[in-house]
Design a protein around this ligand. Sequence first.
Ligand SMILES: [Zn+2]
Length: 312
Amino acid sequence: MASRTVKRKSVVTDPVEPMVTPPPLSTDTTFLTKPKIAARSRKRDMPEGLWTKCPSCESLIYDKELDDNLKVCPKCGHHLPIGARERIHSLVETCSFEEMDAEMQSLDILKFTGAASYEAKLAAYKKKSSLLKDAVVTGVGVIGTHRVALGVMDFSFLGGSMGSVVGEKLTRLIETGSSRGLPVIIISTSGGARMYEGMFSLMQMAKTCGALALHGKLGLPYISVLTNPTYAGVIASFATVGDLILAEPAAMIGFAGPRVIKDTTQADLPEGFQTSEFLQEHGLIDAIVPRRDMRARLVYYLDFMMAGRRPA
Ligand SMILES: [Zn+2]
């Protein structure tokens, strides 16, 4: 028995010996780990927010190029969201914008608490953007040669929802337009009425439309511009009662969302349903205007609509 095991040992050790020397194995592992470290450090070196991926064509766009192009993808023309202040800057003459009610802020009248309290949400959004106190910026500015009452909504503040402050600021804007003989332009983007304010936010629909009706009686124009997305309580009130209704390309516009409609009607929705192109074809929208052309087109329309009036 003993002699057999000795024989086996000698047979086994001979071929194993050359394989025991491990240098090639260890160089393999260092070679494998090195690029991993390099990749990590490269990621750390690249500053965040320098590039944006276009959600439509998926190309990487240098942020400065995107800003210079008013947040429109230079490759495919997709319109990315733009802040209210950036948009105002792109439309009015330099230093001509006088903001109104800049300090008006929402209150938690109903003491609403869902997943988080309304008060906490308001505080978080105000902290996130020091430039916004609520979802709309209003004021009087000059576009071309026309002084206009301009209101611009911002989706980044609580989904551009319309609460008491949005409604009140827009109503005061329209009333200022009426009393000073100015055309009113409102650029909308909104998820609808602000549920945290319940009935108070729904009442803004009637209030804004009432002010616009008086504005119309004075023979003064109101241009509504719809951008992606504009929905629910906003589309059911001031956004669709414009003398002229414009929209940005491929903007989603509607009352209820397409999924809700599909589930309710149990029918397939037509192609392009609720896009600005579809709604222009069906008569809701007068013209689709790309963001980069918006200023020039507004001047063109205002020249026509304000013809024969003394400049305000
Ligand atoms: Zn693109």
